[in-house]
Design a protein around this ligand. Structure first.
Ligand code: PLP
Length: 469
């Protein structure tokens, strides 16, 4: 394809994208296809002769689109939304144009430095503590800072590695030999709650350490007391606590852990303290939500996903660390072909902040979003979703047939058919079955797509409000 053809087809693609967004709310949010539907329609080998754009475009419309789950539909409530906006798409397009693999400052200075600036902008927009900023007011580079990762899950693994490095260093300083430290690898234990996103447990599995899943309280929060008790038990069994993950907005109910209380324990026990704010962290753009995050200024690492609720297309996961020393220690592998600007602290090597070597130029889309929406536009976006969630909560309560299962703080409404109001006699299983049946009937209509979760053995429906368009 030459540049003239690219100009022509590029316009067609942009038109198709615009048409899609104009019509997405009229499409079914999930497709009516059976597993294997595409294998029956497309060849099982790549074509030997080149094919035309038109042939592929036709397959997009007739074979791919009918099998798409339409995450951008306003009728999609199945999981937290996948944020998308035209400014982000334009930024992403420039990223495709440059197509750099920005693992090193010299790999593309503008990409590294824009990422540093954009992450500082975002940290300030969310009201984060200055420990998480890369640039000090005097223009020097801080020990902490932000970087854009692929996902919250990947950020968590990287931070757990950093926490392990921090613990090893501590053991070393306490006079332990490398052999003894090696033995301790198998005694390390990370703490999450039964409401922590599954990526917490997965990260521990990847590291090969133990994970202690602590029961949350009646409000689905991890408390200081529960963490303290779990650590006491584990230490008496010879284990070595090293990491705790708190949540600001859990997946099930958007509950907020006792962030400040957990910080007390983490400090006393020398744990790496990570906060997963993948979904609800975006709300911190609005000052009225910041008092809910008391203690967040004390964490070692903090992660939010602009690709969930901040108008930025997947993938864009923002990770801040208060001090990058242990993250870099855990992630840096030196080779001759990988330049390291050791003498120049202004030239950050982002491959030492993440699991993959390669890094996409993701800062562009976040930059476009922050510039084209402005802080005011971002705050109105968040507030309008919270208002819509409150509206839904009111409708459900006024209807009388439903009960709200968790406080509606952000954009997530969790509810179920109220067994009392409908005079439903029966045990938990039959109430659960009725709610599962209700979800099947809603999804069966094909108008909206919604999912359930399980809270204390009770089936509940989750309706996250977050569609941009
Ligand atoms: N944390 C929370 C609270 C989530 O809801 C999710 C996904 O929905 C994740 C982490 C994982 O996000 P990612 O897909 O970026 O790994």
């Amino acid at each position: 394809m030459n540049t003239d053809e690219f100009r022509k087809y590029g316009k067609e693609v942009v038109n198709t994208v615009a048409d899609y967004y104009d019509n997405v709310n009229n499409m079914k949010p999930f497709p009516e296809v059976e597993p294997g539907f595409l294998f029956k329609q497309l060849p099982w080998e790549a074509p030997f002769q080149p094919e035309s754009f038109e042939a592929i475009q036709q397959d997009i419309e007739t074979k791919i689109m009918p099998g798409m789950t339409n995450w951008q539909s306003g009728n999609f409530y199945a999981w937290f939304s996948s944020s998308s906006s035209f400014p982000a798409m334009l930024g992403e397009y420039y990223s495709l144009m440059f197509n750099i693999i920005g693992f090193s400052w010299i790999g593309s200075p503008a990409a590294t430095e824009l990422e540093i600036l954009v992450m500082d902008w975002l940290a300030k927009l969310l009201g984060l503590d200055k420990r998480y900023l890369s640039l000090n007011v005097d223009g020097t580079m801080n020990k902490g800072g932000g970087s854009i990762q692929t996902t919250a899950s990947e950020s968590l693994v990287a931070c757990m590695v950093a926490g392990r490095e921090m613990m090893f260093d501590r053991l070393r300083k306490n006079g332990m030999s490398e052999d003894e430290i090696d033995q301790h690898k198998y005694k390390l234990v990370a703490y999450v709650s039964d409401q922590t996103h599954c990526s917490g447990e997965k990260a521990a599995n990847i590291l090969g350490c133990k994970v202690h899943i602590i029961q949350s309280d009646s409000s689905f929060r991890l408390t200081k007391q529960a963490l303290h008790k779990a650590i006491r038990e584990d230490k008496s069994n010879g284990l070595v606590p090293f990491f705790v993950c708190g949540s600001f907005g859990t997946t099930n109910t958007s509950a907020i852990d006792d962030l400040n209380g957990i910080a007390d324990v983490a400090e006393a026990e020398h744990l790496w303290y990570h906060v997963d704010a993948a979904y609800a962290g975006a709300a911190l753009a609005c000052p009225e939500f910041r008092n809910l995050a008391h203690g967040i200024e004390r964490v070692d690492s903090l992660n939010i996903n602009p690709h969930k609720w901040l108008l930025t297309n997947f993938d864009c996961s923002a990770l801040w660390v208060a001090d990058s020393t242990y993250l870099e220690k855990g992630m840096c592998i030196k080779r001759e072909y990988l330049p390291q600007n050791e003498g120049n602290t202004m030239a950050r090597e982002f491959s030492n902040w993440q699991i993959p070597l390669g890094k996409r130029f993701r800062a562009l889309k976040l930059w476009f979003v922050m510039r084209m929406y402005g802080v005011s536009g971002i705050c109105s976006h968040i507030r309008s979703h919270v208002e819509q969630a409150k509206w839904l909560e009111r409708q459900l309560m006024e209807n009388g047939n439903f009960e709200i299962m968790a406080p509606v703080v952000f954009g997530l409404v969790v509810f179920r058919i109220n067994p009392g109001a409908l005079n439903l006699q029966g045990n938990l299983n039959s109430i659960n079955r009725i709610n599962i049946d209700f979800i099947r009937r809603i999804n069966g209509e094909g108008r909206i797509f919604i999912m359930n979760t399980l809270l204390n053995e009770q089936v509940a429906l989750r309706a996250p409000i977050g569609a941009v368009h």
